[in-house]
Design a protein around this ligand. Sequence first.
Ligand SMILES: Nc1ncnc2c1ncn2[C@@H]1O[C@H](COP(=O)(O)OP(=O)(O)O)[C@@H](O)[C@H]1O
Ligand SMILES: [Mg+2]
Length: 308
Amino acid sequence: MQVAIVTHDRWARAYRTRALLNRLDRRGVGWVLLSPDQTALEIRQGAVRFLDGAGRPVAPNVVLNALYLASGHGLELIEAFEATGVPVVNRAAGWRLAKIKALSSVAFCVHGIAQPDTLCSPGAPVVLSPIALERLGRPLVYKPWRGTMGAGVTLLTRRRAVWGAVARLARRGAPIYLQSYVPNPGRDIRVVVVGGEAIGATYRLARRGRWKTNVTAGGIPAPCPVTAELGAIAVAAAGSVGLDIAGVDVIEGPQGYQVLEINAWPNYHRFDQVAGVDVADRIAQLLIERARAPRPADDPPDGRTAEG
Ligand SMILES: Nc1ncnc2c1ncn2[C@@H]1O[C@H](COP(=O)(O)OP(=O)(O)O)[C@@H](O)[C@H]1O
Ligand SMILES: [Mg+2]
């Protein structure tokens, strides 16, 4: 069995890549790292072949989409694997919905998942400021459409700040995403979902004087029990965008849990230890399951299933 890991982390420098390779080794599963820059598609003689960095054909039993959300580069490779019928964990469509916050918000809403009120646009229509101020209240949280790790996420407290931010975005032709600020106990929750199960969670405590809880913004992880309610909202969020592996950010608002956003290839460095769960091994298990699952093409042509 071979797993192909499509990643920007070509030299396996990141903890999440190294930990996963280690668990696959322990389970005796072969793997190959495919960097989008170093992988080629050969379409010839009626067949599609994937060639690794050395030009060798690779024919994996399952593909892990480990592309970083911050970069969209290489998603076509995932789509090509899907088109040839190879099972892919974190399919391209789900990854894209997770990348664009406006689209994840739409998916959460359609699936009845609680989230803060949000107003967004691919442009920055001037009318957005008065509508946001009237309907979302203050403070407002501005987020980049495609941001991660808290970068660019800004608290807008004063009316003038809202008008100013929308006008600046309009000048830059940038998309806009504004959300009601959720009063919270100085923390949010990161839940990791693998294969439809919430396998662990951590609180992330905001540092004193800060409001963002991203670990890169100084947030401090602490153990958090996965209650039935917390697990259910995280699993529903992952399902709503179609992700097999997801890091779901949940905040405890006055009316209960609300989903802030979803990440497709979450960093589980430290999460592992604090949540007390071997995320890499759970991912390895899921990949093995998907590689072994019968594919539709495995069914006999007369429509009978393999069992019957
Ligand atoms: N609506 C909100 N109300 C209160 N805090 C928020 C809100 N949205 C985001 N935050 C804070 O900002 C952090 C970063 O926002 P998030 O939506 O997770 O974007 P990113 O993709 O940059 O991590 C969150 O972890 C949380 O601490
Ligand atoms: Mg986040």
